[in-house]
Ligand binder design. Sequence first.
Ligand code: DGP
Length: 116
Amino acid sequence: MSDTDCLFCRIVAGEIPSDVVHRTELSVAFRDVNPQAPVHVLVVPRRHIDDAAAIGPGDAEVLADMFVAARQVAEAEGIAERGYRLLFNLGEDASNSVPHLHLHVVGGRRLAWPPG
Ligand code: DGP
C-alpha cells in the first residue's frame, strides 16, 4: 500500500488531524479515536509496515523504539504503575482494521483477560 492510501501514514504526515501524545524520530503515538479504556494510545512507525506479520530482522530498531515509546506514554499517562496492555491485532479474527502496524497501549482500568 502506498503512503497516500494509508490512513496512519497520513496521520504521521499531519495530513489528517490526531491527538498526538508522543513523537520520536521513528514513531508517533496518538490517541485512538474509539478508546476502549480511559487511556488508549496507538504507537505507529513513521515508515509504513503493513502489520506484525510483515516485521523482519531489519525492523529491530523501529520495534524497540515503539516499545520504549509505549512505556514513556504509559508513564506520562499515569498508568505505568498499575499496569496496562500492549497489543497488536493481526488479521480478520482479531479485528485488525487499519493496515499500518500499530501498537495499542491500553489502561486506566482493570482489563479483562482473556480478551473477548
Ligand atoms: P485495529 O483494530 O488493531 O486495526 O485498530 C485500529 C484502531 O485505529 C481502532 O482502535 C480505531 C483507530 N482508528 C481508526 N481510524 C482512526 C483515526 O482516523 N484516528 C485515530 N486517532 N484512530 C483511528
